[in-house]
Design a protein around this ligand. Structure first.
Ligand code: AHR
Length: 330
């Protein structure tokens, strides 16, 4: 089984889209169509996961704004966290005969049949944000997104440094079966291996939402081991922000009694850092619109596209949050 995130290096898919797909459908022509100055708009269809977090909302905004700026005809669909809705949307994109299909897969597995249908229809696919597990990477042209394993490692490195390598950690995982939940967990585990006195005593999904993050953190705190907790690792900022509420309700000081590191670096996380309630956030940029649209244009023009496009990221700490917040874009 091949998995996009595990590809070791950025491979140049030197082939054109027609080659990559070995199919006959003509890719979209971004140049003016014949007729009185008429232009044929490139039809990009995008299946979004939902609106579970600030990250996701910023991601949707970025894609919509960039597609509009480039004059694409964007067909947008919100799956409301359900894989079955995404699969339905993908099939409807085939029926509509769009030029390029892009999607952020809610979970990693279960995509092979629909991706084969898309391939048979001759429509190029771009994966954004999250990877899929498929038997062959010929089923998509490129995957644009962050290195989630590295994000987990960075969170672990920060925690090890901030605690002198000693902490009793609880973990809030993302959506079960999703690439970021799997990879961020793995990266963190890798990162703490060298620190035997950092122990994860509880790990549960908070589904990437504030409400669930709060609920699960409350149950962690009320458990028999609740009083031992000295640190929280949350797979996204929204869950950390929900957990901060639960920690305060339990009469503890988030960021002080319990050190908190999360992932995304959304504006609300900086506000929490400025307030001293969150200690660190590892960036995962949702602003994928420009890179997605670059790839779509290259595909339409039958130009080569890198098989894996990794987005840049930084680590932000509480000490610099008041300054850093002034330049945050999401
Ligand atoms: O796939 C990216 C993750 O999905 C973000 O970290 C999280 O906030 C979102 O919902």
């Amino acid at each position: 089984m091949k998995r996009a995130t595990r590809r070791s290096v950025l491979l140049l898919a030197a082939a054109t889209v027609a080659f990559a797909f070995g199919c006959e459908k003509k890719a979209a022509d971004p140049t003016p169509a014949s007729g009185e100055g008429a232009t044929k708009k490139l039809r990009l269809a995008f299946s979004q996961i939902g609106a579970e977090s600030d990250w996701r909302k910023a991601n949707t905004e970025s894609i919509k704004a960039e597609a509009a700026a480039r004059g694409f005809d964007l067909v947008f669909s919100d799956a409301q966290q359900k894989q079955e809705n995404q699969i339905k949307a993908l099939r409807s994109f085939i029926a509509q005969g769009v030029d390029v299909i892009a999607f952020s897969p809610v979970v990693e597995t279960g995509w092979e049949p629909v991706l084969k249908e898309i391939k048979a229809a001759g429509i190029p696919v771009v994966l954004t944000d999250r990877a899929v597990e498929v038997s062959t990477d010929d089923l998509y042209v490129t995957f644009i997104g962050a290195d989630f394993v590295e994000e987990g490692r960075r969170a672990a490195a920060w925690l090890a440094g901030a605690t002198g390598g000693k902490a009793v950690v609880v973990e809030l995982q993302g959506t079960p079966g999703s690439a970021p939940a799997i990879d961020r967990k793995r990266g963190f585990e890798e990162g703490i291996k060298a620190h035997p006195e950092i122990k994860v005593i509880k790990s549960q999904s908070g589904e990437f939402t504030r409400a669930k993050g709060r609920e699960v953190m409350e149950s962690f705190l009320k458990s028999p081991e609740g009083k031992q907790i000295t640190a929280l690792y949350a797979h996204n900022d929204d869950m950390a922000l929900g957990a901060i509420q639960a920690i305060e309700e339990a009469g503890l000081k988030p960021g002080v009694d319990i050190k908190i590191v999360s992932i995304d670096a959304v504006k609300a996380a900086f506000e929490a850092m400025v307030a001293g309630k969150l200690n660190c956030t590892v960036e995962c940029s949702p602003l994928l619109g420009p890179q997605l649209c670059d790839a779509v244009e290259a595909i339409a023009a039958k130009k080569p596209v890198e098989k894996r496009i990794v987005t840049n990221a930084a680590v932000f700490e509480q000490a610099n949050a008041a300054k850093d917040i002034t330049t945050r874009k999401y």
